[in-house]
Write a new protein. Structure first.
Length: 247
């Protein structure tokens, strides 16, 4: 009787949750298989990232390039961004990851997910080198990825197919060390900045004679980085900047 009641409740929830993916069942199955089997399943972290709790779902963890207070994946009832929880560990750019599963927001998946989680978006389950063993680590992809190519392109924004070690080795030693700690230093090239802090929310560009100035603004507007001709000239981390815990 209890099992029947749970099944009935699940059916009701599924009926009330519209699917948030346009990919057919065949496309989803094929894409999941392509991304999780063979050499294609092994990738490398593009940006130094944090592992945090997964909002209200205690059975999972979140992988994000942004500090918890800058995460923009879930809002409260007033429309304000929810903080997923404190930083548990830091995983540097270049760490090896394995794609275990790609889960799309079908009506069934949404019904089974915890209410206070980004349940209407695709989830990629990962095994992450250097992260403590435990509950699954989830990379949340944006909504409205309507084609296989959309999903692959978004995954490529976070996970590299080729080992970036040769590229990382070209940076000065102090910049490589900063990447390991998710820090930004004056004099750092733009490419290293993106590997450390990830892509900004907005970029403001101005010209000063032959020089190109940029201001990278991260979610929430507290963290800003200023560059001239592709080199960091100033870092403003604002109030409440987050420090990663010691590993």
């Amino acid at each position: 009787m209890k099992r029947l009641l749970v099944l009935s409740l699940t059916l009701l929830l599924a009926a009330g949750c519209a699917s948030q993916t346009k990919l057919s069942a065949e496309e989803r199955s094929s894409l999941d298989r392509d991304l999780t089997t063979g050499p294609a399943a092994v990738r490398y972290l593009k940006v130094s990232s944090y592992v945090t709790p997964f909002f209200g779902d205690g059975s999972k963890r979140l992988l994000t390039p942004y500090p918890p207070e800058e995460v923009r994946l879930l809002n409260d009832t007033k429309g304000q961004p929810l903080n997923p929880g404190p930083i548990q560990t830091l995983v540097p750019a270049g760490a090896q990851v394995r794609v275990l599963k790609v889960e799309f927001p079908t009506s069934w998946a949404i019904a089974e997910r915890v209410l206070y989680s980004p349940r209407t978006q695709p989830w990629v389950y990962l095994q992450v080198e250097g992260a403590p063993a435990g509950s699954p680590i989830i990379l949340v992809l944006p909504p409205r990825l309507d084609t296989r190519e959309d999903v692959r392109a978004e995954l490529d924004r976070h996970l590299l197919v080729q080992d970036p070690a040769p590229r990382l080795g070209k940076f000065a030693a102090r910049f490589r060390e900063a990447l390991q700690q998710k820090r930004v230093l004056e004099g750092m090239p733009e490419a290293a900045l993106e590997l450390s802090w990830g892509a900004p929310e907005t970029i403001r560009r101005t010209l000063e004679g032959p020089r190109v100035n940029q201001e990278w603004v991260y979610p929430g507007g507290k963290r800003r980085v200023f560059l001239t001709d592709g080199v960091v000239t100033r870092i403003d981390e604002g109030a409440g900047a987050t420090e990663a815990p010691a590993k």
